[in-house]
Design a protein. Sequence first.
Length: 138
Amino acid sequence: MFQGASSLNLDAKGRLSVPTRHRDALGGQITLTRHPDGCLMVFPRAAWEQFRERIAQLPMSAQWSKRIFLGNAQEVEPDGTGRMLIAPELRAAAGLTREVMLLGMGSYLELWDKASYLAQEAQAMQAQLPDVLKDFSF
């Protein structure tokens, strides 16, 4: 299970040094894809295969969701120092600049442009809790 947030930097070639605490869980084969919220999803192979299967089963009415998730998926292998190259197309799609945030989301990670994430997080902190959480015990 991935959890926690890391403030990181992309290097000049668009590589991200994966934090040590996530390297073993991600393994040697990683899949990156777009998320409709404007970030990238980072999956270890097994979690990606489960997610991919669920997306592939969606009806034709969800064809654009299939295109977003499956059509933009790219497989990446970390180098010997734990860096993964983020393709220029994916960096542009998520608006990734130098400063990024990597967030653990359970079975996968999200990769955000830091300024975009902080702005959206601030909005979310000001909003009311969603109905699904109103009866949740903290």
